[in-house]
Design a binder for this molecule. Structure first.
Ligand code: ASP
Length: 436
C-alpha cells in the first residue's frame, strides 16, 4: 500500500510548518511520495514565494533592479533551511538562481523554484530521495499534459525509490524546458503522482479540516462534510466553493482513488473524503452542502410558440459563442428561456450578445436582470428523497426570499436557485437551518 501526500503553501510556509508536515509524514510509513508547494503565507499580509518569483520576473522584464524582491525570497529559504537543513547548502542554490536571473531566465523556470527548493530541503530533512518533477511530468507540444509518457516514465523512475519528495507545480515541456501548471497547480502534481503510482488515497494537506456544509461567514459553525462524492463536489465547486484546483480532480477520479482533504495544523481531524461513491454508513444525509455566489446576470427571452421553432436555443448559444461567453444554466419553459451568465465573464460584451440574439432569434421580449445570486443545494440523496425541493422552497418562502430562478439538473443531485444578491445570506441561512 502506498499513499501520496501533498502539502500546500500554508503547510510548507516556514520551518515550523514543514516540521509539522514531516511529523505527519513519519507517522505513517505508507506516506511514501510527498508533493510540496512553494512556501505560502505564514500570516495575513505575508507574501507567497511564488508571487514574489513572478514579481521578480516582472522586474527583469522591465529592467528594474530585482535585488530587493529576490532578497525576500532568499530570506524565506534561508530561514527554512536554517531550521531544517542537514546537508543542503541553500546559499549555493540561491546564488545559482541569481546568476541565471542575471543572464535571462524563463518565467516558468523561475516560478517553479519555490517548489523546487522546498522539496530539496524537505527531502534532506526526512532522508527521503528528492525526485525532480521535471524528470517525471511531461507536457505535449500543445501544452496539455502527456499522461501516457508521464505515467510510463514516473513508474520507471520511482519503481526502486520507496520514499521520495517531489516538487509540485511543474514538469517538462515538449521542447525540454520547465513548464508550470496554472496557479495552484501543485494539487495537480499530487493527483498525477497518486494516479500514476496507483496510490490507495491522495491526501491533500492544507489549512482547513476539509469542506464545510456552508460558508462559515454566513453560518456560524457549519457542520463539516465528512464524505462527498466527486459529482457533488463539482456542483459545489462550480458555485465558487473550491479548495482544490479543478484539474486535480480528473486523474484521481478516473483511477477511482479517493482524495482526503486534511489539516496540517490539526492532524487528528479526519477531514473530508472525496470519492466516487459515498462509504456505507455515511450515506444518509439528504443535503451534503450549500454554496452560493453573487453577481450573475440573467437574460430572459420570451417568444410565443418557441417550443415549435427548430434551433431556437442553438441560435441563442451561437450568439454567446460568437463573443466567447460561457453560460452557467439555461432554465427554460415552453415559450421562455433564461440564460444565467457570470457577470464578470460578460466584461462589456452584453450589448453585443443581446443585439446578436435580437437579430437571429427575434424574441417577443428580452429582459436583463442583474445582481442575481445563484445558490446550489447539493446532495446525492436528493434524487431518492421525496419532498426535498418542497422543504427548500418552503424555507425560502418563510424567510421572505423571492426566488427568481429555479433549475434542477436531470441527475437530481442539485437544486439551483437564483435570488437577488441582497438575499443571498438570508437564503443560505434559511436552507441550512431547514436541514440542520
Ligand atoms: N506555488 C504555486 C502557486 O502559488 C502552486 C501551488 O502552490 O499549488 O500557485
Amino acid at each position: 500500500m502506498l499513499k501520496v501526500a501533498k502539502f500546500g503553501g500554508t503547510s510548507t510556509s516556514s520551518g515550523e510548518q514543514l516540521r509539522k508536515a514531516a511529523e505527519i509524514i513519519r507517522s505513517d510509513k505508507e506516506r511514501r511520495y510527498i508533493v510540496v508547494s512553494a512556501p505560502g503565507k505564514r500570516h495575513e499580509g505575508d507574501n507567497k514565494v511564488t508571487d514574489l518569483l513572478y514579481l521578480c520576473h516582472a522586474h527583469l522584464t522591465y529592467s528594474v533592479p530585482f535585488d530587493q524582491v529576490f532578497k525576500m525570497i532568499e530570506d524565506r529559504f534561508r530561514s527554512i533551511a536554517a531550521e531544517l537543513s542537514k546537508n543542503v547548502d541553500i546559499d549555493l542554490y540561491l546564488s545559482g538562481i541569481k546568476s541565471k536571473l542575471n543572464k535571462g531566465i524563463s518565467l516558468d523556470y523561475l516560478a517553479s523554484r519555490g517548489e523546487y527548493l522546498n522539496a530539496i530541503i524537505l527531502a534532506d530533512y526526512l532522508d527521503y530521495e528528492f525526485v525532480d518533477a521535471k524528470d517525471i511530468i511531461f507536457f505535449k507540444m500543445d501544452g496539455s499534459l502527456d499522461y501516457e509518457k508521464t505515467k510510463r516514465i514516473m513508474n520507471e523512475r520511482l519503481k526502486d525509490i520507496p520514499y521520495a519528495v517531489i516538487p509540485g507545480f511543474y514538469g517538462t515541456s515538449a521542447l525540454g524546458d520547465i513548464k508550470t501548471f496554472s496557479r495552484g497547480g501543485s494539487d495537480i502534481t499530487g493527483s498525477l503522482v497518486a494516479s500514476c503510482m496507483d496510490s490507495s488515497i491522495y491526501e491533500n494537506w492544507t489549512d482547513v479540516s476539509g469542506f464545510l456544509m456552508a460558508d462559515p461567514r454566513i453560518i456560524k459553525n457549519p457542520k463539516k462534510i465528512r464524505h462527498i462524492t466527486y459529482r457533488e463536489l463539482r456542483e459545489l465547486a462550480y458555485m465558487g466553493a473550491s479548495v482544490l484546483h479543478d484539474e486535480a480532480i480528473y486523474p484521481v477520479r478516473s483511477a477511482n482513488i479517493p482524495i482526503n482533504i486534511r489539516n496540517t495544523n490539526y492532524p487528528d481531524d479526519p477531514g473530508t473524503i472525496i470519492a466516487n461513491e459515498r462509504e456505507k454508513g455515511n450515506d444518509n444525509l439528504t443535503i451534503t452542502g450549500i454554496a452560493g455566489r453573487k453577481d450573475f446576470t440573467i437574460v430572459a427571452l420570451q417568444k410565443f410558440y418557441m417550443n415549435s421553432e427548430v434551433g431556437y436555443v442553438r441560435r441563442i448559444l451561437s450568439a454567446l459563442e460568437m463573443y466567447d461567453v460561457t453560460f452557467e444554466n439555461i432554465p427554460s419553459g415552453i415559450d421562455t428561456v433564461s440564460i444565467v451568465l457570470d457577470s464578470q465573464k460578460l466584461d462589456g460584451k452584453l450589448e453585443k450578445v443581446l443585439s446578436e440574439i435580437e437579430r437571429t432569434c427575434s424574441p417577443d421580449s428580452i429582459n436583463v436582470y442583474r445582481n442575481i445570486a445563484m445558490i446550489a443545494v447539493v446532495g446525492q440523496n436528493m434524487a431518492f428523497t421525496i419532498g426535498v425541493s418542497g422543504r427548500v422552497f418552503g424555507a425560502l418562502g418563510r424567510a421572505g426570499v423571492n426566488i427568481r430562478v429555479i433549475d434542477q439538473g436531470s441527475s437530481e443531485i442539485n437544486i439551483i436557485i437564483g435570488v437577488s444578491d441582497t438575499d443571498l445570506e438570508k437564503a443560505i441561512e434559511a436552507i441550512y437551518y431547514e436541514f440542520n
